[in-house]
Design a binder for this molecule. Structure first.
Ligand code: SF4
Ligand code: SF4
Length: 635
């Protein structure tokens, strides 16, 4: 018998159980479907990204979509075959919206990819084991499907003291965990051993409701001297909720907006623990799960081990679906499940039950009546909420009040709606309000993010402008200093010239003119800089440049007057041309002029007589030039 003290669950209900419908036979292997539809998102968090293409052949267990964020999980091929499409496919969700999926046309060979187990997991460290669990794509198989590696990686400052293995399975129809504990207790124990090796908790509690005596016996037998405690708890719905189970086992209440890990407590579903066993000991990724097929519209209700991606219709057919009897198909149990609209949707990692209910089994709820404020809902709420108030605020879209009344602590167990005499579908209101509030929060976060980005950009631009202005000023000052330096040098050169002896040469005057001109240019530039910046340094430079320019001008004036009074230099006189040379020059000019006149007449298409006359004049001039050239050569 368990010696662990337990605490009564606050609230809760006792819906009629229908577990014997499906828990009487061993788990069956579901037949391999011709097509497997493997969604890229099968858990809380971000979708994985496909790493295969249409036409690729994949092996069973091969990675087909990898996770690219912390809260995500990789996806593997459940069987060997060829990728026939990647795109939107029916998806098991209350919204009925399709979702991206990889479709595999199976080849029936079930060829595994190479597997890499860690059989001696005690020789591996926690990081290696966590990495393997991440690679195996394991997410919680009991509820929302949170990626397991995220839950197993709590804050180092808050070690896990209590590890809770959740085998409660409180929904009235579901028996998947019951059969798993009966048939896979040894794998469950090894899986717990692995978690214990990773987390090193002080206590390990395996919680099972007292309506599963065979599972309790099987798990106890598999304990085999381990110090783990099998804690049998009373059957009441929803004792399997994470926070509710923690309260039952420890008496502690996980505060709103906190995680159990912050109290040093970690909860894992039994199915998830067996998946951890399969990943570490056998090297197998999560490609299948145990799903309860139940409801009175099935001839052979049972639990099946089915491949992820198997279309729901294939499983229901395997369980003997009587189409004419089927009134409502629910994914999950009748308390927390949702109605599935497409039978083509596949089983995903969180699909723990398919309930094919007849009209008599789950009759349509009566028309909702106004709330009579009886308070029954508050009595049964395991989260200690005020369901009628939440309903009232949800009707009025009063998000502030919904927040203040802790709507997000609602686990959507449906206990309040179950007891409501007015048949108000309370959970539907809460789900819609939560979705609305999440959407608004996302919009707000987006707007905040955009505002932050805008402000960051403005600040960056301001700093950039400041930097550029500082650089420009530094450049201007450097330039002014350099000009002043040049002008100073020019002035020094002028001063040297100023004291040069009288009789300055033309070259000296040229140099002084250049120096005076440069001094003027430097002065004008500095004056412009002074106009723009008006700094004291520039003012000083301008004064200096004015002095330099005046000196340069004086030096030039002195040199010019000195040159005009200096005696003429002894340049050789140019000889006068002789009469013969002058005649030759004249004859050359004459020939050139006559030739030009002829060309002009030809271009203007003058008459033949004119052209002949001009040609004759040119010939005569050429003859005269030839004669003069001859006599010049013989002289
Ligand atoms: S149980 Fe129904 S009728 Fe009674 S208070 Fe709650 S919501 Fe109103
Ligand atoms: S308010 Fe939420 S947690 Fe409380 S009983 Fe209703 S569904 Fe359950």
């Amino acid at each position: 018998m368990s010696t662990w003290p337990i605490h009564p669950l606050r609230g809760g209900v006792h819906p009629a159980e229908q577990k014997t419908l499906s828990n009487q036979t061993p788990i069956q292997n579901a037949p391999l479907a011709q097509q497997l539809i493997v969604p890229l998102l099968q858990h809380l968090g971000s979708a994985a990204e496909a790493c295969v293409q249409v036409g690729d052949y994949v092996l069973k267990g091969q990675l087909i979509a990898d996770s690219n964020s912390f809260i995500s999980a990789p996806v593997h091929a459940p069987s060997s075959g060829t990728i026939s499409s990647i795109g939107p496919q029916p998806y098991p969700h209350a919204s009925g919206q399709p979702l991206e999926a990889i479709v595999i046309d199976t080849d029936g060979l079930e060829q595994w990819c190479p597997l890499e187990p860690i059989t001696d997991f005690y020789a591996a460290d926690a990081a290696q084991l966590l990495s393997k669990i991440r690679q195996a794509g394991i997410s919680g198989l009991g509820g929302a499907g949170f990626p397991t590696v995220v839950k197993l990686s709590p804050n180092a400052e808050q070690p896990i003291k209590t590890l809770i293995i959740n085998g409660t399975e409180c929904e009235p129809y579901i028996t998947a965990d019951d059969r798993l504990m009966r048939e896979k207790a040894s794998q469950l124990m090894l899986g717990i051993d692995i978690l214990v090796h990773i987390l090193q908790p002080e206590h390990v509690l395996i919680a099972i409701e007292d309506n599963k005596p065979e599972a309790i016996a099987s798990v106890r037998q598999a304990l085999n001297n381990r110090s783990y405690q099998v804690v049998v708890i009373p059957t009441i719905y929803p004792s399997g909720g994470e926070r509710q189970l923690i309260q039952i086992l420890t008496g502690q209440e996980v505060p709103s907006a906190q995680l159990p890990a912050q109290l040093g407590i970690l909860c894992q579903n039994v199915g998830t623990v067996v998946a951890v066993h399969d990943a570490i000991i056998e090297g197998k990724p999560l490609i299948s799960r145990i799903t309860t097929l139940t409801g009175q519209a099935l001839q052979k209700p049972m639990n099946v081990e089915c491949l992820i991606g198997t279309p729901v219709i294939e499983l229901l057919t395997f369980a003997g679906l009587q189409h004419e009897q089927l009134n409502r198909l629910i994914v999950g149990g009748p308390m927390m499940g949702f109605t599935l609209t497409s039978l083509a949707a596949p089983v995903i990692k969180t699909t723990n039950c398919l309930l094919a209910a007849t009209a008599a089994e789950l009759p349509a709820p009566p028309v909702a009546m106004p709330c009579i404020r009886c308070g029954d809902c508050a009595q049964v709420c395991p989260a200690n909420l005020l369901p009628q108030q939440l309903h009232f605020y949800a009707l009025g879209d009063d998000h502030a009040q919904l927040q203040a009344h802790h709507l997000f602590d609602c686990i959507e167990c449906g206990a309040c709606a179950y007891v409501c005499p007015s048949s108000i579908p309370l959970v539907q209101y809460y789900r819609a309000a939560k979705a609305d509030m999440r959407e608004q929060a996302q919009k707000l976060a987006k707007a905040e993010h955009a505002k932050e980005r805008f402000e960051f950009r403005q600040e960056r631009l301001r700093l950039e402008a400041e930097r550029k202005e500082a650089e420009r000023k530094a450049r201007a000052e450097r330039l002014a200093r350099s000009k002043a330096e040049q002008a100073k040098k020019a002035a020094q050169a002028n001063n040297a010239t100023e004291h040069a002896p009288a009789g300055t040469s033309d070259d000296d005057i040229k140099r002084l003119k250049i120096a005076a001109s440069m001094a003027q240019v430097a002065l004008r530039k500095a004056e412009k800089q002074l106009e723009i910046h008006g700094t004291d340094a520039l003012k000083e430079q301008v004064e200096q440049l004015k002095t330099n320019a005046a000196h340069a001008q004086q030096a030039l004036a002195a040199a010019t007057s000195s040159a005009s009074t200096a005696p003429a230099t002894d340049k050789p006189a140019k000889p006068e041309p002789s009469a013969a040379e002058q005649a030759l020059k004249k004859a050359k000019i004459d020939v050139a002029m006559k030739r030009a006149a002829l060309r002009k007449a030809e271009r203007s298409e003058a008459d033949a007589a004119t052209l002949a006359a001009l040609q004759a004049e040119l010939s005569q001039a050429e003859q005269s030039l030839a004669q003069l050239n001859q006599s010049s050569a013989s002289a």
